[in-house]
Design a protein around this ligand. Structure first.
Ligand SMILES: Nc1ncnc2c1ncn2[C@@H]1O[C@H](COP(=O)(O)OP(=O)(O)OP(=O)(O)O)[C@@H](O)[C@H]1O
Ligand SMILES: [Mg+2]
Length: 263
């Protein structure tokens, strides 16, 4: 970090996908990570790649436009069809789908409302990410729960995959699947991978470490149960407003430091 202008010096261009079983804390992790990186002066693109839209709200934003809506307009509006006929599709997405927030930018996939294939929204998302990520230090993708987006290579060209699990065997099994899928198709040659276990109690940590050792996955950190998050949930406050001393915030900050994401 530069002492005079408070910005970072290191040139970065990293795409990080956050994956895992449903409800394990992916969106929370991405929102906190986005806040930390943006506050350090990094240029951050947050990608809400979960069809029901959740990262957007966790960031305290409104889904003003989504890739799904832009796609629907391309299909249904003859003028729009004509306008974009000769434009590269990645330029259309990059120019029109991004929402600029105070501290970062946001790209929302959304959900297909009408007829048509859901996969093509995922395709458009892929084009959007590959074009836009060049302009950002960090592109942080809050993936759909489960293994599909990684399995179908909807999210490709990542530099790092952070798998989030809760303490359940089911959560760890999904992480193992994700880890193995990642291994088998090798996006961009090698990308870094690590597992974060969320809502882990002190007593559970040694048991989890033992279990995960057998799975051959690297645990990069634990996040404790955080009553501050529960409070934010209760009062419908965005995770982006979580205080810096919240236990989850401190844990995620530590993970980013240890992984060399924050220097
Ligand atoms: N460390 C934590 N302590 C307390 N509550 C947490 C913690 N992490 C996440 N939560 C809460 O658990 C719920 C699920 O978290 P989140 O939405 O981030 O999971 P997700 O993996 O994105 O879920 P989905 O698969 O539905 O997208 C949310 O209500 C969130 O506020
Ligand atoms: Mg989510």
């Amino acid at each position: 970090m530069c002492e005079c202008c408070n910005s970072h010096k290191r040139p970065v261009n990293e795409i990080i996908a956050v994956t895992g079983k449903g409800g394990t804390g992916k969106t929370t992790f991405v929102a906190v990570m986005a806040k930390i990186l943006a506050s350090k002066g990094f240029k951050v693109l947050a990608v809400d790649a979960d069809p029901p839209i959740s990262l957007t709200y966790a960031l305290g934003a409104t889904p003003l436009k989504t890739i799904a809506q832009i796609r629907a307009k391309m299909i249904e509006d003859p003028n729009e069809k004509k306008r974009i006929k000769d434009l590269p599709i990645e330029d259309v997405i990059a120019d029109e789908a991004v929402i600029d927030l105070d501290q970062l930018s946001l790209l929302i996939m959304g959900k297909s409302e009408g007829p048509g294939c859901f996969c093509s929204i995922n395709e458009l998302l892929k084009y959007g990410i590959s074009k836009l990520s060049k302009n950002f230090d960090f592109t942080l993708i809050d993936c759909e729960a489960g293994i599909e987006q990684i399995n179908r290579q909807v999210i490709d060209s990542i530099n790092r995959m952070i798998m989030i699990s809760d303490t359940s065997a089911k959560g760890l099994r999904t992480a193992l699947h994700l880890n193995n899928l990642g291994n088998s198709y090798g996006v961009q040659g090698n990308y870094k991978k690590g597992l974060v276990i969320n809502r882990a109690g002190k007593k559970e940590i040694p048991i989890l470490e033992e279990k995960v050792k057998e799975m051959n996955i690297d645990i990069i950190g634990f996040i404790p149960e955080d009553h501050k998050i529960t409070e934010h949930d209760l009062f419908d406050r965005s995770i982006f407003e979580l205080p810096k001393n919240a236990p989850s915030f401190v844990a995620i900050h530590g993970i980013l430091e240890r992984q060399g994401i924050l220097i």
